[in-house]
Design a binder for this molecule. Structure first.
Ligand SMILES: Cc1cc2nc3c(=O)[nH]c(=O)nc-3n(C[C@H](O)[C@H](O)[C@H](O)COP(=O)(O)OP(=O)(O)OC[C@H]3O[C@@H](n4cnc5c(N)ncnc54)[C@H](O)[C@@H]3O)c2cc1C
Length: 385
């Protein structure tokens, strides 16, 4: 076991840290204007060669490990939430399902699109009546004359209306529950697809969420990724997404801690920098312990997975812990910053808001805990009975 980064890994961290530093001011303006994630940011990542860092080399990616992707993402997340969100989608998002299980046709079409910065693929799972209970989803895809006809509605889809394509979880057969579910890629301009109004969320102001409405939406048959009965493969790939999600939470917590360390030395009260007050020191110490512990859990899950899917238990522990501590650490950072922490002129209040969203997306902390106990006891706990 070696806790040191290699020279190459340190280079990844340094490049990402520089990019985050350079992009921080643009991000602040985007957030204040409540702008939307722009394709220009994906192009920027692509120009630097990081849009498809973890995707397969034969289709234009760099073939890097999950750990390399995690190292890069952690640096972005503390300073540039939008850029981090885009990097996450391009390297840990649904494109990885296409990379793992897609046909040659789908890989050839969508992986270069991501790597060359031409467009992102978002994930469409949640429905108005199927959130944590994903296998209750009702959106159907029926094969008719060589194409799928999709009907239904998806909710809270990040990037909806902006992303070029969507990996949509659909019911492909009459079989109930997970057995009837598969996945299909739907392009933004598909006939019969429309998007709802942008949700007004507490955070994630630059990554829009919208409904997707499928009204006899026509999708070519070759866009099928996983057929009915292959839901467990979809969930294997979703562990990659959850690893990325946890990494963003880790990055937010790290960013909040770094701001607090700096601020506590610059801010004077009672004629002394506030870092000299024990109450502030205790907050900094607690924040440090939480960030360090989350980092170890995330790195372990990433390291043990190479370029494949991480273990379910390790990922659930890492995601859940990183989500929880990002909420706690950003909250403590707000206290260290006093009134300035509450002001939108400073990045802390955004971290408080964004950390809540990442904890819900990708499965709530309660659902992660259920998964953890399942893994611990080696049993599945049926939630419906
Ligand atoms: C910022 C953001 C971005 C998102 N992006 C996407 C996206 O890109 N694509 C997508 O498909 N979805 C996305 N979502 C949706 C997200 O995945 C769901 O909101 C999440 O899975 C929870 O579903 P729900 O909101 O329906 O809550 P519910 O499932 O209704 O849960 C409500 C509460 O009940 C609890 N609960 C439910 N069932 C159980 C149980 N069996 N045991 C214990 N507690 C339980 C939950 O933990 C929660 O506390 C996003 C959400 C947010 C906030």
């Amino acid at each position: 076991m070696d806790f040191k980064l290699s020279e190459e890994q340190q280079m990844i961290v340094d490049v990402a840290a520089r990019l985050a530093e350079e992009s921080e001011e643009d991000e602040r303006i985007l957030e204040l204007e409540r702008g939307e994630l722009a394709n220009s940011l994906l192009e920027k990542l692509s120009r630097l060669g990081f849009a498809g860092m973890t995707l397969s080399e034969e289709y234009g990616g760099q073939g890097s490990s999950n750990l390399d992707g995690v190292l890069f993402l952690e640096q972005l997340a503390g300073k540039c939430p939008t850029l981090a969100g885009i990097f996450h989608e391009a390297n840990f998002g649904p494109i990885r399902q296409i990379d793992c299980f897609g046909s040659y046709f789908l890989k050839k079409k969508y992986i270069p699109m991501t790597c060359e910065g031409r467009g992102l693929i978002s994930i469409g799972m949640t429905e108005p009546e199927a959130g944590s209970a994903l296998t209750d989803l009702k959106t159907t895809a029926k094969l008719r004359n060589g194409q799928y006809i999709v009907n239904g509605q998806k909710r809270f889809i990040s990037g909806a209306g902006v992303s070029e394509s969507y990996l949509v979880f659909v019911r492909l057969s009459e079989e109930k529950g997970a057995k009837g579910i598969g996945t299909i890629v739907v392009d933004k301009d598909a006939e019969g697809l429309s998007f709802g109004k942008r949700e007004r969320m507490m955070g994630h102001n630059t990554i829009p969420q919208r409904d997707m409405i499928f009204d006899n939406t026509r999708v070519p048959a070759e866009n099928l990724v996983l057929k009915a009965g292959e839901f467990s493969k979809a969930m294997l790939c979703f562990d990659i997404e959850r690893l990325g999600n946890g990494t963003i939470s880790l990055g937010i917590a790290k960013g909040a801690l770094e701001h607090s360390i700096r601020y506590s030395q610059e801010r004077y009260q009672f004629g002394r920098p506030i870092c000299e007050f024990q109450a502030v020191q205790l907050m900094l110490a607690d924040m440090t312990m939480m960030v360090e512990a989350a980092r170890l859990l995330i790195y372990r899950a990433a390291c043990n997975s190479g370029r494949s899917y991480p273990g379910r238990l390790e990922t659930s522990v890492a995601k859940c812990y990183a989500n929880e501590i990002a909420k706690r650490v950003s909250d403590l950072a707000l206290e260290v910053h006093g009134g300035y922490g509450y002001s939108s002129e400073y990045p802390i209040e955004r971290m408080v808001r964004d950390s809540r969203g990442w904890a819900i997306a990708g499965g709530t902390p309660q659902m992660q805990r259920i998964g953890i106990v399942s893994g611990l006891l080696g049993r599945r706990f049926e939630q419906r009975r």
